[in-house]
Each structure stands twice: as C-alpha cells, then as structure tokens.
Design a protein around this ligand. Structure first.
Ligand SMILES: [Zn+2]
Length: 427
C-alpha cells in the first residue's frame, strides 16, 4: 500500500499580461467542452428506487436520469477534434480540458441524482490552468511552461523560493493563475505492510479502534459501568447507618473489595479476547480534554482506572506494549480533511464544517488515532483509501455514490463490530 503525499506551494508572479489571455482561452475551451458533453447527455426514464428529493419513496414514480457519453468515440475523437479546431496552444491542454470537463460533469451528475443539483448546465467561473508535467521543464531554478509548442513559453524564476529546501519528492502538476503559480510536489510513501498494531480510543463506555482491514472495532465496557453503579447504590444505602455501627463499616469495605474483584475479572475476560493475536496495542493518553474535569467526576475516575487496568492486563498478557498516543484534538479534528472543528459538546456525530463529512464521533477519533499511530496526516485521498473496503454500502442498503463526493456515506458507513473474531483473518 502506498500513499502519495502531495504538498503544494504557491508563489505570486507579475506576468499577468503574458498569461491572462491564455487563461481566458483555456477557461473558454473548458466551457465549450462542458457545453458539448451537455448536449450529448442522454436522458432516460428510470423507475424511482431511492428516497430522492421530491419523489419520496413512491414506487410508482419514475424519474429522468442523465447519462453522460462515456464512449471513446465521442470522448477521444469527436469531442477532442472539435476542441482542437482553431486551438492555437499545445494539444496537451485539450486533453487536460477534456479530463477536467468530465470530472465536473460526473460530479454534477452524481449530485443531480442525489437531488442536490438542478438540471442546469455547470458553468466554469474560476480562472486557472492545470499544467501537467509534460508541459513544462525545470532547470536551474527556472520553470518554463510551454504555451504554444516551440513558439511561446513563460518562465518563472523560482530559484529563490523559500520552499525549495523543504519540498520533497518530484515536482508535479502546476496551477497557473493570473497572479500566482502553485507548484505541487508528489512523494510516494510506502506504508510498511502489514502492520500488526491497533490504536484504541478511550470512551466512557467503550474502547474504539479503526483498522483499514478490520473496520471499526469496539470493546464494550458498559458492564464495568454497570458493576460500579450497582456498588455505588449498595454503598449509598449503607453509608448513612455506617457512621453509627462499626460492623457496617466492615461491610462497606467488603463491597469495595468485591467491586474491585468483579471489575478485574471482567477486564481479564475482555483482554483475553485480544491476546491470542500478535498485535501491538496503542492507547491514547488518558487526559482527553474535559474528560476528567467537569461533573460526574467520580464515574470518570472509575472509567479511567478501568482503562488503566485494561492496558496493564494487555501489556502483561501479551508481553508487548505499544505506545501512547496524544489525544489532543482527536475528537474535534476531521479525520478526512484534517480541519479542527469546534468542540462537540456531547454530540454523537461530527459534522465537519470544512469538508462536510458526517461521521460518528468515536469512529472519527479512532481514525485520527490510527493516523497518528502510523505517522500519517489526514487527507481526503487517504481517507478514501482507508474506507475503501467499508464504503460500498450504507445502512439503508442504498448503494453509495462512488463519485468524488462521498459525504453521504458519513456515519452510516459501518457499524462497530464487537469481539475480535475477525482478527484471525487478518493477523
Ligand atoms: Zn473535514
């Protein structure tokens, strides 16, 4: 498994006069490509299967679905040759235009089918050109972009750019705007595979982990909570009388001892399901923001001691300790785009205000800890790769839209699995 790390750096330039016309022509061609694809769309009647906006779940309803022409005859010949007519710049730009136009159209279609967009042709507003590696050279600190083959070039001196010492990997696509040039660097990172380690996120009543091959795994600790609650009530009933009767004091101590031993037993049982597999367990350090500060501090103290017990047993039984992970922002940070959202204040779902991802808060935290353990930084592409095996379905049985925009998968992505039965298939 590889991850491609892409870093982008932008520099300002003062070549507006030289590039402005080219950028306008490029945008115009992109719009023409969209116009042509649009006019070739086939609208077909389809029975309504899903809960689409406006139609509800009515079985008898039909809707009209657009089909974008995908055949090579149209895409690579008809469309391409009509775009090339009168195009004075490099032919490669026409190929970029076609690729970009298709990606815009596919994303429009996907959203249209979901009821998020209307049957209106997309309009390109942004003015920029994507420049592939084949269309520029980089020598002695100068990027030379070919605009018209063997005739017209634009040079950008980047020899003194601050990022040159920092950037790793090979120079990739450029994005040219009227006043700036963005340079991307692509670095292929090999992820050591397979990695037998798992990162646990501690929650009040469960431990949650995410693993790309296991999905969302959970150890339920509700039983421990139940044990503590039972003894808390028992003690309360006695406490009032205990101050007067010394014999009851002894009874109170007996309760506490019994509570401890029942908790220990439970933790033995829970950790035993994990020990047969050669896995290293990583835990977040238990100082989660706000977790142990506010109310219900007694229960939280208990939960904390349960987790500590759990970790100690695991370490003892497996003879291995993984590491500890930093829980800072693991709940608030979006595991897809990396944006840090406002505190969730008890909400069970994180709705990312940067990329719109909807995800269960515990799953999100677990994915974040997984990324931290593997030394990866969140990115939409990586997120997609990690969720690859877990994204083909939703709880409603509706097929997820496989296009660019996977927001809909959200928290319905998968359900946590109890027990580690599936571990044996993986490790
Ligand atoms: Zn996000």
């Amino acid at each position: 498994m590889y991850q491609v790390q892409v870093r982008a750096y932008t520099i300002k330039h003062d070549k507006r006069e030289e590039v402005s016309r080219f950028i306008s022509d490029y945008r115009r061609l992109l719009q023409i490509a969209i116009d042509q694809i649009w006019s070739h769309i086939e609208w077909r009647k389809k029975p309504n299967r899903g809960p689409y906006k406006g139609l509800g779940k009515r079985r008898d309803a039909t809707r009209i679905i657009p089909f974008i022409p995908q055949d090579g005859g149209f895409k690579h010949h008809e469309l391409r040759s009509s775009l090339l007519e009168g195009w004075p710049y490099s032919k490669h730009y026409v190929d970029s235009v076609i690729k970009q136009a298709y990606s815009i159209m596919n994303s429009w279609r996907c959203n249209y089918v979901k009821g998020k967009r209307r049957a209106e042709k997309p309009v390109v507003k942004r003015r920029f050109v994507q420049i592939k590696e084949t269309l520029y050279t980089h020598h002695d600190g100068v990027i030379r972009i070919s605009i018209k083959p063997h005739q017209e070039y634009v040079n950008f001196d980047i020899s003194r750019a601050w990022f040159l010492n920092r950037a790793e990997g090979s120079m990739g696509e450029l994005i040219l705007k009227e006043d700036s040039l963005t340079i991307t660097f692509r670095k292929k990172l090999r992820l050591e595979a397979p990695r037998n380690r798992i990162a646990w996120d501690s929650n009040e009543a469960s431990l949650d982990a995410f693993h790309p091959e296991l999905g969302w795994v959970r150890v339920d600790l509700k039983e421990a909570y139940h044990i503590h609650r039972t003894y808390e009530l028992k003690r309360k009933r006695l406490q009032k009388k205990a101050s007067k009767k010394p014999s009851l004091k002894a009874k109170l101590e007996k309760y506490s001892a019994r509570e401890r031993s029942r908790t220990k037993n439970l933790m033995h049982k829970k950790t035993s399901t994990l020990t047969p597999y050669p896995i290293q367990h990583y835990f977040e350090r238990l100082n989660k923001q706000g977790m142990f500060t506010h109310n219900r501090s007694h229960n939280r103290k208990l939960a904390k001691s349960d987790w500590t017990l759990f970790q100690r047993f695991l370490a003892y039984k497996t003879g291995r300790t993984g590491g500890s992970l930093n829980p800072y922002n693991s709940t608030r940070r979006c595991s897809k785009c990396g944006g840090v959202n406002e505190a969730l204040n008890g909400a069970t779902t994180l709705e990312c205000r940067f990329c719109g991802l909807k995800i269960d808060r515990q799953l999100n935290a677990a994915v974040n800890l997984y990324l931290q353990m593997e030394g990866l930084s969140p990115s939409p592409k990586l997120f997609q790769e990690l969720m690859k095996d877990w994204s083909g379905f939703t709880q409603t049985g509706e097929k997820a839209c496989e296009n660019l925009d996977e927001l809909e998968r959200g928290s319905r992505l998968m359900n946590p699995q109890e027990n580690m039965i599936t571990f044996s298939h993986v490790f």
